[in-house]
Every structure is written in C-alpha cells, then in structure tokens.
Design a protein around this ligand. Structure first.
Ligand code: F0G
Length: 463
C-alpha cells in the first residue's frame, strides 16, 4: 500500500450541527446539572462520547431499508429479513427480537435462571448483572488475570478465566443454569476474547451439561481483533470469524444499538426449542408478538442491513484504527490509558493520572468534568461512583477509576479525533491542579445517573 492514512470509508450525505459553548457557559451548565454529565443537555456538548450505544449514524442502505418496513402485526416481511440476517451470522435456530439488549437479558434470565443460582461471565455489563440479581441469583465475574491490570499489554484481555470457570462448574453442580462470555468485554476495557478462549469455555460448559451463551453486542469488533491478533485467522473474513464464534454457543443476547448499527433494537437467539418457546411466552407479555418484539418493522430492516455493515472490513479497519490512533497519542504524551486500546472506547486511567485525588473524592468523575469544562467533551465514568456503594450502604473503592470515551459508529471524523487529542493533552497538563468532588446527593442504586456533586475544594481546577 502506498498510502498510510486510513480514511473514513464513507462520505457525508446528511449533517447534524454541533455547537461549541463558551467555557463560562459550560461552567454554568455543570453547576446547574449538579456536576453530573448525565444531567447536561446534549446540545451543550460538543463531542459526545457518553456511549457508543444507539448513537451511530445509519447508512443510506439502512434508511432505504426503513422505507421497506412492513408494519404488519404478525408475520411481517421485515421480520423474515431480520431473522435471515441474524441466522446467517449466528446460525441459531430461534431468533427473538427485543427492544434492546437488556430486554433480551431480562427474558433469558427470567426464563432460565432461578433464585440462588450462579451465572458466570468474563465480566457482566451493569444491566446484565442487574438482571441476574433481579432473579435473586449471583452474577459472578471471572476475568482472566491480565484483564485486571489496566496498563499491562495482552492481546485478549477480555478472556474468561478458564480455571476459575472450571472450579465454579465443579463446585456448584446443578446450580449454574448457563454461563456467558461478553464480546468484547465492555466493563473490562472493551477488550476482545480469543477464539481459543470461546472454544475452550464452550467445551468446558458442555462437559458439565451447562448451556453457553454469548453477550454479543460487539461481536463484529471482537471478530476483527481475532483476525488481527490470533494465529490462523489473518485470511478469514470477519463474517466467517463471527460465524465460528457463534458456532460454539447455544445462544446469545444482543443489543443491536452497538454492532447492529441501529439506533434501537436487540434480540435473543438460541437453539433449544423448549427454552425458546418459554422465552417467546414471556416476550408476548411485555415486549410484543414474537415477529416484532417491541420494534417497528422499519427497525428490524435497519438492523438486518446494519449487522452486515458492521462486518465490513473497511469499516472495521477504520473504526478500530481510530481508537488506536488516539491511544498512541495518549501514550506518546504519558496519558495513562487501559492498554491495549479496545474496540469501541478509550479508557483513561484516572487513578494513575491523578494520584493526589483520593478515591472517595472520585478522581475519574473529576477528570470527566474537566474534559467537559475545558473541551466540551462528554465521557462516562466506570469508577467508585458507579461501584463504590455496597448493598449494606457502606462505601468501598472500585477496582479502577476509569473515564470511558466511547465512540459512536460512523459519527466523528479524523479532525474530531485530533481535536479530542488536543483536549486530552491540555487536560494532562492541568493534572496536578485538578481537585476532587464531594457527593451531595446519591440515590441507593445506579447512583451515577442521578447523583449530584460539588467541587470538594471550591473549584475543579485550583491555581
Ligand atoms: N451488554 C453489554 C456488554 C453492553 O455494553 C450493554 C449496553 C448491554 C448489554 C445492554 O444493552 O443498552 O441495548 O439494553 N451498553 C451501553 C454502554 C449502554 O454504554 O456501554 P442495551
């Protein structure tokens, strides 16, 4: 190849204006929002990296597909197109549409999991954990040891700890209704899981008669990492890799808001006839008839097209490389990040960047507020605000204090990334002057969404 620059593999047909507020306008917005970025108006944000979920740009083919949407209540053409697209990639016999990923989780766990049982996973996403715990069951995280070290390089830090998994399966016979692997591992830094790990976990579960499921939200990004990093896959297509990943599983939950390239939607898929029937019965109760599952016909069309676009090599190369590019700039400027860079997000290590801010003054939270104040960038914290409060009401530090910059799909261009890099380098320069925050209101559960704060020392940045 003569040219090294990896361009966005699309051109822009519709634009959505974004606005830079002044620093003092952002300061006022922060104060009004109780120093919580979830409570800021989206129009006051310049670059919104709160999540990669449902925030992507749809393609012209997806919009064209939406016009084809068949809104029949039962047996719509759109359902069959959606079902065929999911089956081509996953090979699962039963495909059950849901309005988003957590609905698929609730229906699966509501049907298959009983109180007191244990569900192992490499790392549960917070809604997955909440849906297991809502069944009075135990959500057990079993990341591989490398996955716990933010700044240690390993090709597949999303792997499940197979020794720990085997121990659970041995020690809890009859108490593990299913085991899961989340690809990529979102809560663990967007890190991929190797094919070897998926295959071994599947074999182990089946040896113990335990069904094995994938939380497949970012299956295409995981397939791309396997192609790049795992021996024997360099010449395989992302589709063939994804098909092999799914071939080891008995079913999956999926949020189509990620690698479905849609703004809403999800599904549950599986091979077991009896389980599928019971899931469909519960689906009818709360989501809708099994050929639409809470979605419009046009949403099913957008997902059917989007799932295939997510596996496009040019798209995946551009997507993964954009995050890696930003990661390289961070490393070059001694900005501590979770290494290597993940698929959908860059994770800043606030504990390492701001060692002078104690965990109970929430260093990640303070850092994310300063990124907004200085550059209009919105991020999300995976930190002691999210995980610190224990069921007995006490406070414990979280394992890590991370700021996640999650990238919407096909939304931001190279110059947005260059701007972002400048904001990060500028903020790094301010690091010794940053101060923590104090929580003035915190609800008992999922407090990061609505908690309110104030600067612990009068200002976020001291002189
Ligand atoms: N599983 C994983 C790994 C996820 O990352 C998410 C959502 C879900 C399940 C739930 O899917 O939102 O469609 O109900 N993650 C988003 C995020 C919200 O920002 O990481 P959903």
């Amino acid at each position: 190849m003569i040219f090294k620059t990896i361009i966005e593999p699309f051109r822009i047909k519709t634009v959505e204006p974004i606005h830079g507020r002044t620093r003092s306008e952002r300061e006022a917005a922060l104060e009004a929002a109780g120093y919580n970025l979830f409570l800021i108006k989206a129009e006051d944000v310049l670059i919104d990296l709160l999540t990669d979920s449902g925030t992507g740009a749809m393609s012209s083919d997806q919009w064209a597909g939406m016009m084809r949407g068949d809104e029949s209540y039962a047996g719509a053409r759109s359902f069959y197109r959606f079902e065929a697209a999911v089956q081509e990639i996953t090979g699962f016999k039963h495909v059950i549409p849901t309005h988003q990923g957590r609905a698929a989780e609730r229906i699966l766990f509501g049907t298959a999991v009983k109180p007191g049982e244990v569900v192992p996973n490499n790392t549960h996403f917070d809604t997955t954990r909440a849906n297991v715990e809502y069944r009075s069951a135990i959500a057990l995280d079993l990341p591989c040891p490398e996955g716990r070290q933010p700044q240690e390089y390993h090709s597949f830090k999303g792997n499940i700890d197979l020794t720990a998994l085997e121990r659970v399966l041995l020690e809890k016979p009859g108490q593990v209704p299913l085991a899961m692997i989340t690809v990529t591992n979102n809560s663990g830094g967007g890190q991929p899981v190797s094919m070897a790990n998926i295959r071994a976990a599947s074999e182990m579960c089946h040896r113990f008669g335990v069904p094995f499921f994938l939380d497949a939200c970012r299956f295409a990004e995981n397939a791309w990492f396997i192609k790049l990093r795992e021996e024997g896959y360099a010449d395989s297509t992302p589709l063939a890799i994804a098909q092999e990943m799914f071939s080891y599983a008995d079913g999956c939950t999926m949020s189509a808001k990620k690698d479905g390239m849609a703004n809403i939607g999800g599904f549950l898929a599986m091979n077991d006839d009896d389980l599928a029937q019971r899931c469909k019965n519960l689906l009818i109760l709360t989501e809708g008839f099994p050929t639409y599952g809470g979605l419009a016909g046009y949403d099913l069309e957008a997902i059917a097209v989007g799932l295939k676009e997510a596996l496009d090599e040019d798209y995946l190369r551009y997507r993964i490389r954009s995050v890696e590019y930003l990661g390289e700039i961070c490393m070059h400027n001694d900005i501590p990040i979770v290494l290597p860079t993940g698929g959908h997000a860059l994770y800043l290590d606030a504990k390492a960047l701001l060692p002078h801010i104690p965990w109970n003054e929430y260093p990640a939270w303070a850092l994310s507020l300063v990124l907004y104040l200085e550059g209009g960038v919105r991020s999300v914290c995976i930190d002691s605000v999210m995980f610190g409060r224990q069921p007995d009401g006490s406070e414990q530090p979280a394992a890590n204090e991370l700021v996640r910059l999650a990238f919407p799909r096909r939304v931001y261009t190279q110059s947005h990334f260059d701007y972002l890099a400048e904001v990060l380098v500028h903020t790094k320069g301010l690091a010794p002057r940053l101060r923590g925050v104090r929580m003035t209101y915190g609800p008992p559960v999922l407090r990061h969404f609505t908690a309110r704060f104030e600067p612990a020392y009068g200002q976020l940045i001291v002189d």
